[in-house]
Design a protein around this ligand. Structure first.
Ligand code: FES
Ligand code: FES
Length: 165
């Protein structure tokens, strides 16, 4: 993260680190993440709340960062794709996306991975229908939906007791 912790402004916790950002009233969370904090893993797609490329977790729930004024998430815990891997070790969801080949251009991938992470955190054993429903609002222009859903299934299996390491 290139942005530093400052002593004033809107405070929020991003990937476990408390930051304070300038209180521009019209600034979206997406703009803050990308342009103030240097977290460019969260993508700018449509900018209109339609594509899900900007999905992050806010207090554990999926949210479209392009539609969220940063002032509305003051005090919240934000998780972006950069906050998933620890010391270079991918999460089950990230590893499953790689192993399944669940991306082509990769533009939708951070949003998909973050949304899937939120889904499995609250529902570790989702049905195919629940996976489909959870990812429904995230668009993949490369049409990789089948492999993306397969990756989420694989991640759920890996996290289950007796699942693959
Ligand atoms: S960039 Fe936010 S929904 Fe498309
Ligand atoms: S992999 Fe290209 S948009 Fe989904």
């Amino acid at each position: 993260m290139t942005g530093g912790t400052v002593d004033h402004g809107i405070r929020l916790t991003v990937n476990g680190r408390e930051v304070a950002v300038a209180p521009h009233p019209d600034r979206s969370l997406l703009e803050v993440l990308r342009y103030e904090l240097g977290l460019t893993g969260t993508k700018y797609g449509c900018g209109e709340g339609e594509c899900g490329a900007c999905t992050v977790l806010v207090d554990g729930g999926p949210a479209r960062a392009c539609q969220l004024p940063v002032a509305e998430v003051e005090g919240a815990m934000i998780l972006t794709v950069e906050g998933l891997a620890r010391d270079g070790a991918l999460t089950d969801v990230q590893r499953a996306f790689v192993e399944t080949g669940a991306f082509q251009c990769g533009f939708c991938t951070p949003g998909m991975v973050v949304r899937a992470t939120g889904l499995l955190a609250r529902n570790p054993h989702p049905s195919d229908g629940e996976i489909r429903e959870a990812l429904d609002g995230n668009l993949c222009r490369c049409g990789g939906y089948t492999r993306i859903r397969e990756a989420v299934r694989r991640a759920a299996e890996a996290a289950a007791p007796g699942g693959s390491p």
